[in-house]
Design a protein around this ligand. Structure first.
Ligand SMILES: *Cc1c(COP(=O)(O)O)cnc(C)c1O
Length: 403
């Protein structure tokens, strides 16, 4: 059944972190003694199963029959003509639950099951990773509790209800700023106290080793598919490979597929959450990476039009790819993102997630400025569909009209 997906990963040639889980000087495992065993157990289980054919076949089978993989790549004829480039989209918006997050949660839930765990816990900001984890828990018959800041839970009432429909409990977090970074802290605390029965299903390529590496591997299917599909459809490699960066999982999975090619890799952050462009090295949530912080090292809140990019840090592999110049990181502001969102909707009939619209916003600007040359090819990972964002965009457009 899974030959189909196996053929995409045959020539996967990734970079791997060192034995301490470091990508260059970034990554590692900065956790209290009580969490070290949990991380070690997870690292050993992941290394064992990820290299077994049985696990991989089962994982790929589920991604195919349940997750809707492989997703296609789509040539955007209209927008290409308008921008004078060749634009291709990798369509993660077409997966079950509507974003790349399904790749990660299916992998982690299957691994949890193999490890004999009966519960999942997860953190969530806007609710998207919480909904994805609740989905995987329902599929695998696992208990599920999602930690969500009280403020986020108020703002995202429908996602709270979705998680409940899927059979999960939502635990509101009232400490600190009552948002995502506090939800991560709370989920880690809970993991320590219940580690014998519970797996912590982390939502991006962040946290202590092995999470950044493991989540990237689960997301690499998307970059591997894209590379093979592009070479079959167009031939060769795209000049540019672009993805948006919140914690960095869809970008890491995309880049993994192209890391040994000549394609230029570009990650696009939200201007109000640009940890790579404006952050400094530091330690947060068990990892060393780049993060937004003030003079005294206090973490600054991130703000952008898309809740999915509101994370003050970024996965360590991206800090490494930036430092070694294998990838470039840029940012797009809310106004540019809104323009991109409207453009793709109107001219291609594809309503993108606001997160994904950051990638297109940069492409539009770079094509306009001649930075991407006439006729050059660009592959953009469309990380998710925009149905979840339509209400917010309507509100913004109404406000703009009234001012
Ligand atoms: C969660 C999410 C993101 C941001 O997460 P990454 O780990 O940076 O990929 C981007 N796009 C969509 C559609 C999301 O749901």
């Amino acid at each position: 059944m899974s030959e189909d997906l196996n053929r995409f990963i045959e020539s996967y040639d990734p970079i791997v972190p060192d034995a301490k889980g470091k990508f260059g000087e970034y990554g590692g495992r900065f956790v209290p003694e009580s969490l070290v065993n949990a991380c070690t157990e997870l690292e050993q289980a992941f290394n064992h199963h990820w290299h077994s054919k049985e696990f991989k076949d089962e994982y790929l089978n589920i991604l195919q029959s349940y997750g809707g993989r492989p997703t296609p790549i789509t040539f955007c004829a209209n927008v290409s003509e308008m921008l004078g480039i060749k634009l291709y989209l990798k369509r993660e918006d077409l997966t079950h639950t509507g974003s790349h997050k399904i790749n990660n949660v299916i992998g982690q839930a299957l691994l949890a099951k193999k490890m004999g765990k009966i519960n999942l816990i997860a953190e969530t900001g806007a609710g998207q990773h919480g909904v994805a984890t609740a989905t995987a828990a329902a599929l695998f018959g696992l208990g599920c509790k999602v930690y969500m800041g009280e403020i986020d839970a108020r703002r995202q009432e429908l996602n709270v209800f979705r998680m409940q429909l899927l059979g999960s409990e939502v635990q509101e977090v009232t400490s600190g700023s009552k948002t995502l970074k506090d939800a991560v802290n709370e989920a880690m605390r809970e993991w320590v106290s219940r580690v014998d029965t519970t797996h912590y299903c982390l939502g991006s390529v962040m946290g202590p080793h092995p999470f950044p590496y493991m989540v990237r591997e689960f997301q690499s299917i998307l970059g591997n598919e894209a590379r093979v599909q592009y070479s079959e459809l167009v031939g060769g490699e795209p000049d540019y490979v672009v993805a948006c960066v919140g914690g960095g999982s869809n970008a890491a999975g995309t880049f993994a597929g192209f890391i040994k090619t000549d394609s230029k890799l570009v990650g696009v952050e939200a201007a109000g959450g640009a940890a790579l462009s404006h952050g400094r090295s530091g330690v947060v949530h068990g990892m060393s990476s780049k993060l937004l912080q003030d003079e005294s090292g206090q973490i600054n809140e991130a703000h952008s039009i898309s809740a999915g990019l509101d994370y003050p840090g970024v996965g360590p592999e991206h800090a490494y790819l930036q430092e070694t110049k294998r990838a470039r990181y840029v940012s797009a502001n809310d106004e540019e993102v809104l323009k991109a969102f409207l453009m793709l909707s109107k001219h291609e009939g594809i309503i993108p997630a606001l997160e994904s619209a950051h990638g297109l916003a940069w492409i539009m600007g770079a094509a306009g400025a001649g930075e991407i040359g006439k006729g050059e090819s660009v592959l953009l990972t469309l990380s998710g569909r925009g149905d979840k964002d339509v209400q917010q965009v309507l509100t913004i457009l109404r406000e703009l009209k009234n001012t």
